[in-house]
Unconditional design. Structure first.
Lengths: 308, 327
């Protein structure tokens, strides 16, 4: 349990947390503003990764692939909004869960049919493919730092958008008092569409950025989706600040837990049971954290004000 | 006065009707028909349907009548199944021990997690039940002596006083049918009872129930324990039917499927849960037999059902019946 390992794993945890934030941000916006549980948010992340792989094969440029993938993901997201989701906003949560679960099943099979079941790869852009020396004896891949930086930039942009612009003001108002906002003459449908499209793009962006270090495969969105839900529930539904803090918390707790749980358990029990219990406890850690948070603060860490 | 109130508060769909009797009659006759076809395949499939119908009944009891949307009910199925498997690995296969044990383990898990989960409501309840479901899933995956992630094969099906009563597929089929009928009648009795009225009232308005003087939390916890036991029973039967147990039984997708089954059939009707489990699993089986890409059809189908068939299949049948009787 050396210092360098701790540092590397902390950076990995940050990178994972930032990724979760990109996904959870869209989810908490859609959930908070529209009161819509969108399970299909995870497949939009997967779709972003697949589209990037496809456009990279066509253009040979990562930047072009990123832009085209985001545009295509946005178009697809809006198509889904227009054909299906729009009709679900005033239904109850259960019906939304079922319909969006149907879309997960469809799209997971869809990408398998179009691109095959085998995992695909997206190369890291040449300029950012190397490693950087952080301190003597500690090198770290540049691309992971790029992910962390881009996530922080997105978080900053979101902060400015939500707290400083007119649309942001409407989004904040919509999260707590959607009916009143609508009664004041705001076209709430258009606002919903903007928020939804934006959330879709953020999820796709996360998919494109992570594609070079993960394998792109069908179903890659499912586990991330559940984690993103854990994040927004811990953070408090509808709260962007809560999503950011909870995402970093979950990313760090999960990554550090997986690396050091066995060592920590060794302090209190013999090595052999520690090796058995450790991995299980590490996988459970974030769920234990969520249960604890909800037990003491049933509406999350940063409940959006005015929401009951 | 009280009898009038009881009659009025009974949900219309839960009354005994010809359709429910017919449903159980058909299930009782399936083995006779199956003898003319691929018998073990048909019996295995319909046994599976009935096992999941029991679990779906439990979910319907919570979601449909208590307004408690549980997203971790597969954990109880897994607990019941693992109790049988672990007892079997230690040489205990008699159901006079394993069945009460499976029920007790599920009940204990339901009591402890229910105490925590029921502090929250709405979406937060969905997520915290998911959290406990995931914890159970990861614990099962870490049970290295019992197969870990790969699962474990049962040494034998459960016996009763040493007799191999589940020896033939047909015997297991009828036993499962008996358990399903008993579960259905139990749920009906629960929903109709004074307890059930409080439980349902808490869904409509828990503040009002509390104001009248009921400790809503304790009623909901009892409901949660009953549903947990039914899940454990389904797990006990599932382990016997497949003779194999793995953590996959507890995955969140399984919990999601249970909710889908209930919605498929019609929420808050009880027999809808059975219809839903049957139609979901048979549709899955049928489509999978037709094409490798059956999910491309199945996914949009779920969307269409939500958009156009509110109230599930039972609701659809009722509205068709209403239309005919009007003409």
């Amino acid at each position: 349990m050396s210092l360098t390992l701790l540092l590397v794993q902390t950076l990995n945890g940050l990178q994972f947390g930032v990724l979760l934030f990109l996904i959870a941000a869209g989810l908490t916006l859609v959930f908070g503003v529209m009161d819509f549980i969108n399970l299909a948010h995870g497949v939009q992340y997967m779709l972003g990764a697949y589209l990037a792989v496809m456009f990279y094969a066509l253009t040979g440029s990562f930047v072009l692939a990123l832009i085209l993938a985001l545009a295509a993901a946005l178009a697809f997201g809006l198509l889904l909004e227009f054909t299906v989701f729009r009709h679900l906003y005033d239904r109850d949560h259960l019906e939304q869960v079922i319909a969006t679960f149907g879309i997960i099943i469809f799209l997971n099979q869809g990408v398998k049919t179009v691109w095959g079941a085998a995992p695909l790869n997206l190369p890291i852009p040449d300029a950012l493919a190397g490693v950087v020396q952080i301190m003597p004896g500690l090198t770290y891949p540049v691309w992971r730092l790029v992910i962390i930086a881009s996530g922080l930039v997105v978080a900053l942009i979101l902060y400015v958008l939500v707290s400083r612009t007119r649309v942001g003001m409407l989004v904040r108002a919509g999260a707590t008092h959607a009916r009143i906002v609508s009664a004041l003459g705001v076209d709430i449908r258009r606002l919903f569409m903007i928020v939804f499209g934006f959330g879709t793009m953020l999820a796709a962006f996360a998919g494109v950025m992570i594609a070079p270090i993960l394998s792109v495969e069908p179903g890659m969105g499912d586990s991330v989706l559940i984690l993103a839900f854990v994040v927004i529930v811990i953070g408090g539904i509808g709260s962007m600040r809560g999503a950011f803090i909870a995402a970093l918390l979950i990313g760090l707790v999960d990554t550090l837990g997986r690396s050091f749980m066995i060592d920590i358990l060794r302090l209190v029990m013999p090595p052999s049971p520690a090796r058995t219990v450790g991995p299980a406890l590490a996988s459970m850690l974030i769920y234990v954290l969520m249960a604890l948070v909800l037990y003491f603060r049933p509406a999350g860490l940063f409940p959006a004000k005015g929401r009951s | 006065m009280t009898s009038l109130a009881a009659a009025k508060s009974a949900p219309r769909a839960v009354r005994f009707n010809a359709a429910v009797v017919l449903m159980f009659a058909v299930l009782a006759l399936v083995p006779l028909a199956a003898a003319f076809g691929p018998e073990s395949y048909v019996l295995g499939l319909v046994t599976r349907v009935m096992v999941f119908a029991i679990a779906a009944l439990a979910v319907d009891l919570l979601c449909g009548f208590g307004g408690l949307v549980t997203f971790g009910h597969a954990a109880f199925v897994g607990l019941g199944a693992y109790t049988v498997a672990i007892a079997g690995a230690h040489g205990v296969t008699d159901m006079t021990i394993t069945l009460p044990l499976a029920l007790a383990v599920s009940a204990a898990f339901a009591y402890v997690t229910g105490t925590i989960c029921l502090r929250t409501s709405g979406v937060y309840f969905i997520m915290i039940t998911l959290a406990f479901g995931q914890m159970a899933y990861f614990i099962a995956g870490s049970l290295a002596p019992y197969g870990g992630d790969d699962g474990i094969t049962l040494p034998a099906r459960s016996t009763l006083f040493g007799f191999a009563v589940f020896g033939s597929d047909r015997a297991l089929y009828y036993a499962t049918l008996g358990f399903l009928l008993a579960s259905y009648l139990l749920c009906r009795a629960v929903v109709y009872s004074r307890f059930g009225r409080v439980f349902r009232g808490a869904r409509e308005n828990s503040t009002r129930m509390a104001t009248i003087g009921f400790d809503v939390f304790r009623f909901q916890r009892v409901g949660y324990v009953i549903a947990g036991c039914l899940g454990g029973l389904a797990g006990f039967l599932l382990a016997n039917a497949t003779e194999f147990v793995s953590p996959a039984y507890m995955s969140w997708q399984r919990s999601g499927e249970l909710i889908i089954m209930v919605l498929f059939g019609g929420l808050g009707t009880l027999h809808g849960a059975i219809v839903g489990a049957a139609s979901y699993l048979l549709l899955e089986e049928g489509l999978a037999g037709l094409t490798e890409n059956w999910k491309l059809v199945f996914g949009p189908m779920l969307v269409l059902i939500v958009l156009f068939a509110r109230g599930g299949l039972v609701g659809l049948a009722a509205s068709i019946k209403a239309r005919f009787s009007r003409e």
